[in-house]
Design a protein around this ligand. Sequence first.
Ligand SMILES: *[C@@H]1O[C@H](CO)[C@@H](O)[C@H](O)[C@H]1NC(C)=O
Ligand SMILES: *[C@@H]1O[C@H](CO)[C@@H](O)[C@H](O)[C@H]1NC(C)=O
Ligand SMILES: *[C@@H]1O[C@H](CO)[C@@H](O)[C@H](O)[C@H]1NC(C)=O
Length: 280
Amino acid sequence: MESFHGVLENRLYSQISWRQWVFIVTIGLLLVLGVAILISSVTFLHASNNDVPDKCAGPWKQSLQESSQGELETNPTTSAYVETLFGDSCSGDDSCPENSVCESGQCSCNLTYIAHSGKCYKVLNLALGKAVFGSSTMPGRKATEGWENAVDGRTKVRDFNLIFHTGFELYPWLSIALGGVGLVKNITLYNRIDNYGRWLHDVETRVGNSSDWSKLSTCGTFVGPSKTGQIHTIECGTLLAGTIVTAKIVKPNYIKDDPAARGGRNSLVLEEVVVEGIFL
Ligand SMILES: *[C@@H]1O[C@H](CO)[C@@H](O)[C@H](O)[C@H]1NC(C)=O
Ligand SMILES: *[C@@H]1O[C@H](CO)[C@@H](O)[C@H](O)[C@H]1NC(C)=O
Ligand SMILES: *[C@@H]1O[C@H](CO)[C@@H](O)[C@H](O)[C@H]1NC(C)=O
């Protein structure tokens, strides 16, 4: 006995003539061919856009690459150029933002530049000429007198009246108001060059947006002790953002043979403080 399915098949075959069969097969072949052409052209275009090495790179692909490169060179202000991000993959310096180069396939800023929001910014001394506040000032000086010496750009002044000098206290400090939000990379302390350089020790540096020490982020600490004329650069582990940079002696004085240091009293004395970074 024939199944229901078999009956249906028999009827279908008997109803379709050989002309109709040829027609159906031809249409089917054309469809398959069309889909194949579509798929291969999509993959080809995709490959040339991504610069994937292609064994069958013919003149067509070459002209595609040349035209897109030419566009970048003649029109460097197109968004495609400006938005190239630091760390993006690149094939040459031309495909990286200004002041950056293509290194091992990635855009990276030149030395003395810092990457921020896909651009490279020149590193500056953010502290130069800015407002300085001290915990105190040297005996004999008027309040606030001489604080500005810490950021006057002079690093080799012998006259102790022309350097930054606090009074004698346990934990003296100085704060610099950068006058904007800085992204700080490192902080350099220039010790005095005349004498008494050993007084500089255990200076912790912090960056942030507050006059409250406990609310600032630590950049790093110079432990020392230092010597007269030495220069100490403290590298912040990560770039720190803030409007205030503070340097503070955080341990009682280790010096025992100087009556000015009795009770562990310190004095923070510096030729200069240089804060290297960029303004945001
Ligand atoms: C910085 O990078 C640019 C490329 O954008 C390059 O032309 C220039 O020579 C580089 N400068 C230094 C000092 O490396
Ligand atoms: C501090 O950072 C600047 C900017 O990157 C760099 O040029 C300088 O060499 C650094 N200083 C030290 C001592 O590492
Ligand atoms: C200081 O303020 C800036 C801008 O608002 C912010 O980006 C930064 O994270 C702040 N710094 C700290 C240490 O809170």
